[in-house]
Design a protein around this ligand. Structure first.
Ligand code: A3P
Length: 296
């Protein structure tokens, strides 16, 4: 199958060319944010789609109609992708929900003029890397994944599309106090979905009744989302995402990296991680609770 991996290089970062143009990327940097906007920001494979679903469900008070009838990229379009302006024009009432994978040093200045709510979603980088590796195999708009050791090197050297994971997380979380920003981790969504929904609904000033909260929990569980074609990317044509090579809703686990990393790869990762993150106080969850005590 022909690949679609045309690349746009913007401010030194690689982006998939079938979704991004120089113009669409530049327009994102000049986006006129409104105080009512909700912006979901993440490095790819950190739980972006999950948060899109959470925000949709909170906004509709647990009613799944929207999430069952409108694709996630229409109800929470990526700001930097070329179709964003058209989707925003077509969207109706309610606060705008936007998504972005851009790093803070590029998007931060546009946000400064507003009090838009930013939800930053992060995930432990070993699981991000493994999820991204599998995603490269099915996403024809990204370069060939290559071997896992090659992919791991590119992640550590910040040579993958969307730029450096290290710069992304440090850039956004260092600026949290200057922004109206809530930091949510994939691991907390996984270990305490109800508590996360509570935190996000408070941040959005959309307190939920018990029944509404129960419905949100039900509809944004892994099994519900896996079967929802508006969010599982099965609507994307096979020439863009080869569904025979994997599924977007893959494992949804914490600690899947242990199934891929060798001991040596793990040591190398830890050594690069420690040197690049020495100035960062964030703590990461590397494995499910019951597995703790095993090697990281
Ligand atoms: P895996 O590939 O590890 O399964 P993004 O939306 O940022 O691209 O992230 C995709 C990752 O989030 C995938 O991880 C996907 O399975 C996981 N994910 C999406 N919805 C989820 C949910 N409801 N529960 C757990 N994981 C979820």
């Amino acid at each position: 199958m022909a690949r679609l991996d045309v690349t746009e290089v913007f401010h030194g970062i690689l982006f998939p060319g079938h979704l991004h143009t120089q113009d669409s990327l530049q327009r994102a940097l000049e986006f006129p944010f409104q105080d009512t906007d909700i912006l979901i920001v993440s490095y790819p494979k950190s739980g972006t789609t999950w948060m899109q679903e959470i925000v949709t469900l909170i906004s509709s008070r647990g009613d799944p109609h929207l999430s069952h009838t409108v694709p996630n990229w229409t109800r929470a379009p990526w700001l930097e992708q070329y179709y964003c302006a058209d989707f925003l024009k077509a969207s109706s009432s309610g606060p705008r929900v936007l998504t972005s994978h851009l790093p803070h040093h590029l998007l931060g200045p546009a946000l400064q003029a507003s009090n838009a709510r930013v939800i930053y979603v992060s995930r432990n980088p070993k699981d991000v890397l493994v999820s991204f590796y599998h995603f490269h195999k099915m996403a024809n708009f990204l370069p060939e994944a290559g071997s896992f050791p090659e992919f791991l090197d590119k992640f550590l050297e910040s040579k993958l599309h969307y730029g450096s994971w290290f710069d992304h997380i440090k850039g956004w979380t260092n600026q949290a106090a200057a922004l109206n920003l809530l930091h949510v981790t994939y691991e907390e969504m996984s270990m305490d979905l109800r508590g996360t929904l509570d935190r996000v609904s408070s941040f959005l000033q959309r307190p939920l009744l018990e029944d509404e909260l129960n419905n949100c929990v039900k509809h944004c569980s892994f099994s519900s989302m896996k079967d929802n074609k508006m969010i599982n990317y099965s609507l994307v044509p096979g020439e863009i995402m080869d569904h025979s090579k994997g599924s977007f809703m893959r494992t949804g686990q914490i600690g899947d990296w242990k199934n891929m990393f060798t001991k040596e790869q793990n040591q190398r990762f830890d050594s690069v991680f420690n040197s690049k993150m020495h100035d960062c106080t964030l703590e990461f969850v590397w494995e499910e609770e019951e597995e703790k005590g095993e090697s990281r």
